[in-house]
Design a binder for this molecule. Structure first.
Ligand code: FES
Length: 190
């Protein structure tokens, strides 16, 4: 590598690191999610290879961390704990920093989702229309019915709240009965 290429590479690398560290500072000072325990399961070699390919494809971009995390979740459905070390090494971050970002964003999953994914909006407009009671109802059904339950924060249906998503389909004006019906329909359609 000649001097020009080397300094260009260094400059992108420093910029990448700066953007990522700024993101970490900004996000953690705004809002902290409670820490989540990350499960460690052994990855197959093809899965590990997929992660390494996705990391290598974007690691030189400024602010590469979030795009890489999105790519991994798109490909695998979650962010395996073992991927954190690969990402950290490629971006010259600590594993704890990468884990902090994955834990901060509710969007990122720590383990594969079930066949049915239910997302309930817990943002203000939906809260004012009963989404916390809906969330409690969903929690009471989750173990028996085996769906993945995730919080989301505004689905753009505030005027028809509370809102939720079942397997990527939006539903508005939710209540407990409608919840049970929709989840049963989704299960029988699977
Ligand atoms: S706050 Fe729930 S859809 Fe906007």
């Amino acid at each position: 590598m000649n001097g020009l290429h080397h300094s260009k590479h260094e400059s992108i690398h420093v910029q990448n690191k700066f953007v990522t560290r700024k993101l970490l500072r900004d996000t953690f000072s705004l809002h902290k999610k409670s820490p989540t325990q990350t499960k460690t399961t052994m990855l197959t070699e093809p899965t590990h290879q997929t992660i390494q390919t996705l990391v290598a494809a974007k690691k030189h971009l400024p602010g590469a961390l979030l795009p890489i995390l999105h790519d991994i979740q798109d490909a695998l459905g979650y962010i395996p704990a073992q991927a954190l070390g690969d990402i950290a090494q490629a971006l010259n971050l600590s594993r704890a920093e990468v884990h902090g970002v994955v834990s901060f964003y509710h969007f990122f999953r720590h383990e594969p989702a079930a066949a049915q994914v239910v997302q309930i909006c817990r943002a203000e407009a939906c809260q004012s229309m009963g989404s916390e009671a809906l969330w409690a109802h969903a929690c009471s059904r989750q173990q028996a019915q085996g769906f993945t339950l995730e919080p989301v924060y505004c689905l753009g249906l505030c005027s028809s709240s509370p809102a939720m998503v079942v397997n990527e389909k939006l539903h508005a004006r939710m209540d407990a009965d409608k919840f049970d019906r929709l989840v049963a329909d989704a299960r029988s359609a699977a």
